[in-house]
Design a protein around this ligand. Sequence first.
Ligand code: LCS
Length: 403
Amino acid sequence: MAKQGFNTRCVHGTSRNDARWRKSRPVSTPIFQTSTFAFENADHGAAIFAGENDGFLYTRLGNPTQEALEDRMAAIEGGEAGLALASGMAAATTAVLTLCESGDHIVSGDTLYGGTHQLFTHTLPRLGIRVTEVKADDPANFAAAITEKTKLVYLESPANPTLVLTDIAAVAAVAHEHGIPVLVDNTFCTPYLQRPLELGADIVLHSATKYIGGHGDAIAGVLVGSEEFITRARFETLRDVGGCISPFNAWLLIRGLKTLPVRMDRHCANAALVAEWLETQPMVTKVIYPGLKSHPQHELAKRQQSGFGGLVSFHVAGNDVLTPREAGKVVMDNVELCTLAVSLGDVDSLIEHPGTMTHSTYSEEELLNVGIDPAMIRLSVGLEDPQDIIADLAQALGRIQTT
Ligand code: LCS
């Protein structure tokens, strides 16, 4: 059969003719809620352990529901294989520990999810792995930071929460000149809007907690890459570090994936309306959204992504009484439809303050250096009616004058 379209691959990742459940032919992928799998005999068990038979042995290392998710993620990212994990952070740790050891070096962008920054600046240095974080909007910065010890280039594009983009193809070309693999955290775009492997990257990472699951009910992570990398990640790192996904969460993600394209279309459309409206508001001093012409990398966003995503960051003005930071607090404390919460990519609109919440792992100085202004507010635009989201923001912004 010809290669199926993206929407079809989201809906039909698992064949109902799969040998594992051929008899009952379920349309929804079954949840294999089991920790272990029976061997036919001792030789069969030994062969699976030796890697001579691809049967399942223990859910930490693989399970049919997990596998159905992994196959579907590999199919939509265009990679050879996938690995589902307990969280986005488990995916990051698993990828790094598969590729790096004590003495090695990583080059990454300087705006990252705060947890990834913490991993890079605290936990990895304790293991002897050094990370250099560079301004990600110029590929030359990556070239300049690469040393003979560099084993990985780690990108987040668009970055959380500054929405700075990295030119993935240009950075991949630089890294490959040195034989260094490139990992792209594709959480903000999902493969529906951006396919890093087609742009030259080697590994894709997701916090699948976000748009992949889409409904705010599961923490999960995914890696997609070559068969060789994924096999090592599973049978070396995941085996030892243990950050496996539960079958139930894998099933929630499979369900989420079926509607990924339609959800992403609506997230993009709603976010564009909200961003354009925010730009017209006198109380709003800055709006950051890759789909706006005012975004300094709007042209790159058009080239590299097929849509601009659901995240909008903005700053509000202070007044005689309130600093911009305090005015932002008034907005966050007074939203009624949007929820004041971290995470993103849910059907619900979520609003938060990166400086004191998701990115509180950055020092004050680091925050300013990477462009996370104390006044910055991050909004993950959900699937409510856009006029309701806008009306909520309007009333919350209105409260600045009366506070
Ligand atoms: N990568 C990105 C881009 C993220 O935004 C997050 C989490 C992670 C990795 C880690 O994934 P997790 O382990 O949470 O599944 N971002 C969060 C955020 O912005 N608010 O809360 C979590």
